[in-house]
Write a protein that binds this ligand. Structure first.
Ligand code: NAG
Ligand code: NAG
Ligand code: NAG
Ligand code: NAG
Ligand code: NAG
Length: 394
């Protein structure tokens, strides 16, 4: 027993003395690109044009299953050039083929995976992403940008110290050279911002969200996510079958802070949050409605739902402003009230007439209108808590 304790003490001492670098191998993954997440590390023997890599062959740092092909920028197939979202290389997943990587994570924490994907053939193509215990299929049929690829994000909660991240092509095409292209896989640990005192909305300024590459001009698409507990955009759900776009101020005009949401897909791109409310109490929902500065063709408008209200607001800023404040007064009917926003129109950019775009929303707030009632409620709560304490003590 004593010897065990002594050994334990020695172990602890060694652990404390050990330079932190020694522990790095078990340290959780850092935010950013996964190891060889951009597929730019040459396999043993170097990159070979049009080389199919099958089971057993190597793509550094990844495990593959089925026919996975490393493709190069400029590579032709049939009459077309294959799309490589970033750098010179990407991978293409053949029928039922998969590629994955295991990362060290912090058990219980939430993470978002960001990746770029493109389709190769005109048919419906999709990617099934599994991370930790969640799996989701992202449909690549809708192209949101004219570049031919989009970046997507989805979230998972780490149920263990390791998480396996896998991308699989669930397709079974007649043409085996079809199949989605994958590139730029990154990870970010998510934080759920605390609820502000004066605002019932969590992450209403959209500052917390998935990893974004500093130089990608197309933002990150957030596909359907009905799980409010695990969301790449903490606090929010994407209720619709189309995505909304997470944008940052490096590439877009953002009303407040560094990040915002661009509503892309008309009524098919709905973002929502359930906020805590007191039934019969009056509240105000405010948000900023803006233009992303991406040549989006007007008219732009947002439909806002809150409690018993549904109102639409046209984007018509004063003078040379690029955003305007909007407010909706509503009465709560329940202890949780759904706040939801979507774009009224289907907009496209004026420079290419096909990339989807739309109004930008930011700084979403909900607060009680009758301050006195809120104060009374908290005084009531204090008295109740005090009585409980008195009861327990005496
Ligand atoms: C490869 O995929 C097949 C089909 O999904 C699966 O049955 C098999 O277990 C996978 N193999 C590995 C090594 O992951
Ligand atoms: C994705 O693939 C996993 C593992 O192969 C499977 O269990 C899951 O049902 C698939 N998810 C979807 C949404 O298709
Ligand atoms: C981002 O852009 C800057 C300036 O154009 C460039 O120097 C830098 O290498 C780019 N970074 C990446 C990751 O592409
Ligand atoms: C709007 O225009 C006025 C006059 O042209 C200018 O002084 C002001 O800085 C502009 N404001 C913004 C936000 O660009
Ligand atoms: C909402 O209520 C506030 C306070 O009563 C009021 O000042 C504001 O004008 C109302 N807004 C709308 C759009 O009715």
């Amino acid at each position: 027993m004593e010897r065990g304790l002594a050994l334990l003490g020695l172990g602890l001492a060694l652990l404390l003395l050990a330079p932190s670098r020694r522990l790095a191998s078990a340290a959780p993954v850092e935010d950013g690109l996964l190891i060889n997440g951009d597929f730019e590390t040459a396999p043993p023997g170097g990159f070979v044009k049009s080389a199919s890599v099958s089971e057993g062959a190597a793509i550094p740092s990844w495990t593959i299953n089925g026919t996975v092909e490393l493709i190069s920028a400029g590579q032709h197939q049939g009459g077309m050039i294959l799309i490589v979202p970033q750098g010179d290389h990407a991978v293409r997943l053949g029928n039922d083929a998969g590629i994955g990587q295991v990362v060290q994570v912090e058990k219980g924490s939430e993470y978002a995976i960001t990746f770029s994907a493109a389709r190769t053939c005109a048919q419906l193509e999709s990617l099934n992403i599994s991370a930790g215990s969640v799996s989701q299929t992202v449909d690549l049929q809708t192209l949101y940008s004219i570049e031919g690829w989009d970046a997507y994000a989805l979230a998972f909660q780490a149920v263990d110290e390791q998480a396996s991240i896998e991308f699989r092509n669930p397709g079974m095409e007649d043409d085996p050279t079809c199949g989605p292209i994958l590139d730029n896989v990154a990870i970010k640990k998510l934080f759920s911002p605390d609820k502000a005192k004066e605002n019932m909305v969590i992450n209403g300024d959209f500052e917390e969200g998935p990893w974004m590459f500093p130089n990608t001009s197309f933002g990150v698409l957030l596909p359907t996510n009905l799980d409010e507990q695990t969301s790449a955009l903490p606090g929010w759900m994407i209720e619709s079958n189309r995505a909304v776009r997470f944008v940052d101020s490096d590439q877009y005009t953002v009303p407040q802070g560094k990040r915002a949401i661009e509503l892309l897909s008309g009524k098919e791109g709905i973002i929502s949050q359930m906020v805590e409310t007191t039934p019969q109490k009056a509240y105000t929902l405010t948000f900023t409605l803006g233009s992303a500065g991406d040549s989006c063709q007007p008219p732009m408008a947002v439909m806002a739902f809150a409690g018993d209200q549904a109102q639409n607001f046209h984007y018509a800023p004063m003078g040379n402003a690029t955003s305007q404040a909007v407010n909706v007064n509503f009465t709560a009917r329940a202890e949780r009230t759904r706040v939801a926003l979507y774009s009224v129109y289907y907009n496209t950019r004026s420079d290419d007439h096909s990339s989807l775009c739309g109004p930008v929303i930011d700084d979403v707030r909900v607060w009680g209108l009758n301050g006195a009632a809120g104060l009374k409620a908290s005084i009531g709560l204090l008295i109740a808590m005090a009585s409980v304490i008195v009861l327990v003590l005496f």
